[in-house]
Write a protein that binds this ligand. Structure first.
Ligand SMILES: C[S@@+](CC[C@H](N)C(=O)[O-])C[C@H]1O[C@@H](n2cnc3c(N)ncnc32)[C@H](O)[C@@H]1O
Length: 185
């Protein structure tokens, strides 16, 4: 089988706006993205998994394969994911459709979908994801920006608040992880 890097670069050249990175995230980023998932109840959803860097780390946290759904719009990545992670549900659809997949009470959404400076994606992907999440659910987002990838006004519109989880300087480029929670009323 081709290496993750080869598959990733090939898809980056074919669909640059969607893939939006030159290489899969490192294991260090994957550990930060998936930290604490062993204590999360309910279904776990990963959106934009690519070749599965975060998927592997989610399963290493002890999450059973049958609690995990991957939503990835790229068919080539979906083929790779289905081969690599037997028992995990792989859905070849845009993450905007998360609300129509029969999911509810989701404990965590782990997101590799690029949302920075994309207000429509923020509304349609992050907003829809909160529609299927449990009250205490967490949405975890990778970004290359030092600031929250969703601006304050959009967070207010969506009723969510960002907390920075950390930075992985050794990733290329350095990656930041933010988590979003519903604002308590
Ligand atoms: C930057 S890559 C991240 C891949 C992987 N999570 C990682 O960190 O190595 C972005 C991924 O999101 C996927 N993607 C982009 N927009 C999407 C959308 N609207 N719905 C589902 N997947 C999407 C791309 O196909 C790609 O796999």
């Amino acid at each position: 089988m081709a290496s993750d890097f080869t598959i990733f670069l090939g898809e980056m050249l074919r669909r640059p706006a969607e893939v939006s990175a030159i290489a899969p995230s490192s294991a260090a980023v994957a550990r930060l993205m998936t930290r604490g998932l062993d204590r999360v109840a309910g279904p776990i959803v990963e959106i934009g998994p690519g070749t599965g860097s975060f998927t592997r780390a989610i399963l290493e946290q002890g999450v059973p394969a049958d609690r995990l759904t991957l939503i990835e719009m790229n068919p080539r990545f979906c083929e790779t994911l289905a081969q690599r992670f037997p028992g995990v549900r792989v859905v070849n659809r845009p993450a905007q459709e998360i609300g129509s997949l029969g999911l509810s009470n989701v404990g965590a959404v782990i997101s590799g979908v690029p949302v920075l400076a994309r207000p429509q994606i923020q509304r349609e992907v992050v907003g829809e994801a909160f529609g299927v999440m449990a009250a205490q659910g967490v949405f975890v987002q990778i970004t290359y920006s030092p600031n929250a990838p969703i601006p304050d006004e959009m967070q207010a519109r969506l009723g969510i608040r960002a907390v920075k989880r950390g930075t992985v300087w050794t990733n290329l480029p350095p990656a930041r992880v933010f988590e979003f929670h519903r604002v308590a009323h």
